[in-house]
Design a protein around this ligand. Structure first.
Ligand code: EPU
Length: 422
């Protein structure tokens, strides 16, 4: 098992390239199930979650090859096979194969994802939507089985905005007979990217990026060559890194229009963020002068829950008190106990974290508990005095491509080492 050794306190400088968005790549990979032939996806990050989705698709008979950031998926000889527990348990986004499989084959069997470190994360809305489209859903021995001769268009209202739920339903509806309307659809840029790629395949989707999406089903879709959007959460993570270390960096290959809430809030803390021709120029304020700020996590275009942990790490050293309210997941404060080990002053009551800024953090051995929690420990460690050892960084490897290389290139003191077996 790998760990990261970080010695904090260094000013960073230079440029960093943002990778393709994990949460856009995963649904796009699943969407290849909908058509026969070879789809080429570009700007795909080299991450553990991408490998897991490749395994899920390969297990169904897809031929997959990867070169650099270019992933080729040939679904010509796909067979109707389940997404097994062994893979789904390692990545719940495997459930994104449910909608496309039932749409293409009239039958899908996917292991029901359990809860995870950040919350219970049910998929009732995915199932409700498929039922509305005429699928018969049964749950048996830990698996969801969905059957339908051909799905038919329906009006589906989601009482909670769900990202992968909207994506699953949109993919299923693309091959359904008739028109589907998803109301209170998720508006995240990753949902819009999926809609754009499905339209390139021949689907008829309007409204993606808004809360009502209309999908007119078509009889078949064709393979495409498509470049996915950059990762807005990785971009936000690098802004907090520059902010907490008082650094001046240029963040390249990012989309400022996907970053509005993040940029606004981070500017409030005193970080200067300006658009330049080839990226975002980020300049952190001198040590001790970060301002506190309050956030409430919300579906897009609000402040994303996937940036909450990194934001907390940042305001741990602000000159004042920040209030953070997590409204999306019920257990997404696992990083707080670890940040406290580094000297942070944070109190949690229900879903509210009160972060009282301290003068500085001190390096300590800490444990990564989930993907974004791990990122917050990297942010904190880069500003802390002395060495921090972050254990269990396989969580980080699920969502950040070559993070230690990117940070070292900026001048950060970060090393990956193998942990000795206990
Ligand atoms: N929910 C339900 N029923 C459902 C679906 C969702 O009650 O059927 C609830 C969830 O429990 C949660 C809320 O709705 O309280 C929103 O969850 P959502 O379904 O939007 O989350 P998700 O689709 O499972 C995606 C990202 C997450 C990100 C969330 C929120 C992917 C592969 N994952 O998850 O990313 O936190 O949206 O934006 O797109 C990450 O990258 O670290 C990560 C966890």
């Amino acid at each position: 098992m790998d760990r990261l050794l970080i010695t904090g306190g260094k000013r960073l400088s230079g440029e960093v390239e943002i990778s393709g968005a994990k949460n856009a790549a995963l649904p796009l990979m699943a969407s290849t199930i909908l058509c026969k032939g070879e789809t080429v996806l570009r700007n795909i990050p080299n991450l553990k979650d991408i490998n897991t989705m490749s395994q899920v698709l390969a297990n169904m008979g897809a031929a997959i090859s990867v070169e650099g950031g270019c992933l080729k998926i040939n679904t010509g000889s796909l067979v109707n096979k389940e997404a097994p527990y062994e893979l789904v348990k390692t990545m719940r986004a495997s459930v994104l194969t449910l909608g496309p499989m039932v749409a293409r084959f009239g039958y899908a069997k996917v292991s029901l994802p359990g809860g995870c470190a950040i919350g219970a994360r049910p998929i009732n809305l995915h199932l409700m939507g498929l039922e509305k489209m005429g699928a018969k859903i049964t749950l048996s021995r830990g698996y969801v089985v969905a059957k339908a001769k051909r799905l038919k268009g329906a009006t589906i209202f989601c009482d909670i905005s769900t990202v992968t739920g909207t994506e699953n339903l949109m993919m299923a509806a693309a091959l359904a007979k008739g028109t589907t309307v998803i109301e209170n659809a998720a508006r995240e840029p990753e949902v819009e990217d999926l809609a754009n790629s499905l339209n390139a395949m021949g689907a008829k989707i309007t409204g993606a990026g808004c809360s009502v999406i209309e999908i007119e089903g078509v009889d078949e879709l064709h393979p495409i060559d498509y470049k996915i959007i950059p990762d807005r959460i990785e971009t936000g993570t690098f802004i907090t890194i520059a902010g907490i270390t008082g650094s001046n960096i240029l963040i390249k290959n990012c989309r400022a229009d996907h970053m509005l809430a993040i940029v606004e809030k981070l500017r409030e803390t005193g970080i200067s963020i300006t658009e330049e021709a080839d990226g975002l120029r980020v300049v952190g304020p001198p040590k001790g002068t970060l301002h506190p700020a309050d956030i409430k996590t919300m579906p897009f275009p609000g402040f994303p829950t996937d940036m909450q942990a990194q934001f907390i790490a940042l305001v741990c050293v602000a000159a004042g008190t920040s209030i953070v309210k997590e409204t999306i997941f019920e257990n997404r404060y696992m990083h707080v106990a670890e940040l406290r080990r580094m000297g942070a002053n944070i109190e949690i009551e229900d879903n509210i974290a009160t972060v009282r800024g301290v003068e500085g953090l001190l390096g300590a051995p800490v444990m990564a508990t989930d993907l974004r929690a791990s990122a917050s420990l990297v942010v904190a460690a880069l500003a802390a005095e002395g060495e921090t050892v972050i254990d269990r960084i396989y969580h980080l490897d699920r969502g950040y491509e070559k993070i230690e290389d990117k940070i070292s290139k900026l001048g950060g003191d970060i090393r990956r080492v193998k942990a000795a077996r206990a």
